[in-house]
Design a protein around this ligand. Structure first.
Ligand code: NDP
Ligand code: HSE
Length: 436
């Protein structure tokens, strides 16, 4: 059989890694796919730049349209990033009858509904395993491996850069900006690294996971996101004193009133496996009705780890080339006409426990005022630490863990506490999940 010809848009970290893995493992991949797979063309902005891959035998172009308009190419790899040009190119490639493999979570989270509809019409595949949790085959696991289950919730460390930063800060006391610069040099970070540290990248990934877990449309604007930039060393230490780790989690939960979609720093009991996922590693915990909890772990970013997922998608596409669209795995795991628009809960309806840290005057009655406010909002305290003030200071930190409550009640309590004359500055609030 003739080899399948592939064109790549983007020859950076992921594109370069993909070229390397496809070349190095060509024989094994061909034995699995049933056809030889060769990358014949690639595009990048700067053709003089040094690449992490060997570009010999590749026809290079500055113009990505050269690739998507090449009649010889059957599969286009979109490994450029961004959402505007990438969307335009992907839709044009689909119209040209090309199958698409992408690592671009922003593209899928923002424009996936439109792209899948166009792909279905054109009878082509669009695969995106590398878009979520780097090399972990989590899309395949949820979409295919768990297809007999009702999924109740999932929670994941789904941004490698953020987890790398939190780990280095905790273990080595390094500076935030210093670790971020290293993550960028290692090729982990997004082109705009605020996407990593503000939870936007994790939000894109969470939206994709929630869509395939619950069969809901992609709707990134409904995801609540909070970043990691405000986490202090003191919070990390107090959390550990209480038996918790702080992780940047994406959580999707189906409740009776709707779906929670949220990304935020989270205290997790340190005995949970996921609390011990460090560095650039990612992990996704899925709670499903038949199998119970399952945990998926692996590298969340980096050239070859991500290439592993890209190449697996290429193999899937090659195996399914001769199938019609009804015989293929649906784009979001549910048949297109069975996607259900469940209500997405607003942030104020989130139900969770909380870690609170506040600075108060060291004088009688302060604690009573605070506990009174919490009681008024029906919030129960689970644990409380009151630190000794330094010798020359009159202010001291109080750290509290609360039981589960509704975010709206907590917002009201925090506003009232911050209004107390004995409380200085803002209350630090970090959500807490037991993941039991
Ligand atoms: P890089 O910045 O390393 O590579 C991007 C590539 O696309 C470069 O080769 C660049 O050209 C090319 N490119 C960018 N814009 C244009 C344009 N306007 N026209 C033509 N070519 C363009 O990014 P990554 O490889 O890190 O990321 C690519 C995608 O994969 C993104 O969607 C990212 O979110 C996703 N991803 C990244 C992971 C990672 O670990 N890095 C992991 C999982 C997903 P040039 O080299 O000349 O600048
Ligand atoms: N910037 C992303 C991360 C790349 O750090 O997780 C992988 O999606």
């Amino acid at each position: 059989m003739k080899p399948v010809k592939v064109g790549v848009l983007g020859l950076g970290t992921v594109g370069g890694g993909t070229v390397n893995v496809l070349k190095r493992n060509a024989q094994e991949i061909s034995r699995r796919a049933g056809r030889d797979i060769i990358i014949t063309r690639a595009s990048a902005r700067d053709l003089t730049r040094e690449r992490i891959c060997d570009t010999q035998g590749l026809s290079l172009s500055r113009d990505p349209y050269d690739i998507i308009n090449d009649p010889e190419i059957e599969i286009v790899l979109e490994l450029m990033g961004g959402t505007e040009l990438a969307k335009e190119l992907v839709l044009k490639a689909i119209a040209n009858g090309k199958h698409i493999v992408t690592a671009n979570k922003a593209l899928i989270a923002l424009h996936g509904n439109e792209i899948f509809a166009a792909a279905q019409k054109a009878n082509v595949m669009v695969t995106y395993e590398a878009a979520v949790a780097g090399g972990i085959p989590i899309i395949k696991a949820i979409r295919e491996g768990l297809s007999g289950n009702q999924i109740n919730w999932l929670a994941g460390i789904i941004n490698g850069t953020g987890n790398f930063i939190l780990t280095e800060m905790r273990d080595k006391g390094r500076d935030f900006s210093d670790v971020l610069a290293e993550a960028q040099a290692l090729g982990y970070a997004e082109a705009d690294p605020t996407f990593d540290v503000e939870g936007i990248d994790a939000g894109h990934k969470l939206m994709i996971l929630a869509s395939i877990a619950f069969g809901i449309p992609l709707q990134f604007d409904q995801v609540f996101t909070e970043g990691i930039t405000k986490i202090t060393r003191a919070d990390v230490e107090y959390a550990e004193e209480l038996g918790y780790r702080i992780k940047h989690l994406g959580i999707a939960r189906k409740t009776e009133s709707g779906v929670e979609l949220r990304v935020h720093p989270t205290l997790i009991p340190e005995r949970r496996l996921i609390a011990n996922v460090d560095g650039v590693m990612n992990a996704v915990l899925v709670q499903a009705d038949a199998v119970g909890p399952t945990l998926y772990y692996g590298a969340g970013a980096g050239a070859e780890a991500t290439a592993s997922a890209v190449v697996a998608d290429i193999v899937d596409v090659v195996r399914a080339l001769s199938l019609n669209s009804e015989s293929r795995v649906p784009y979001l795991g549910f048949q297109a006409d069975a996607i259900t628009d469940l209500a997405i809960l607003p942030a104020e309806a989130i139900e969770t426990a909380y870690y609170l840290r506040l600075t108060v005057e060291d004088k009688p009655g302060t604690l009573a005022d605070i506990t009174h406010i919490l009681a008024k909002q029906n919030i129960s305290i689970e644990a409380l630490i009151q630190k000794e003030p330094n010798a020359d200071e009159t202010k001291l930190p109080i750290i509290m863990l609360t039981q589960k409550t509704i975010e709206k009640e907590m917002n009201a309590a925090i506003a009232a506490i911050e209004n107390l004359a004995s409380v200085t500055g803002q209350v630090t609030r970090i959500r807490l999940e037991t993941l039991g």
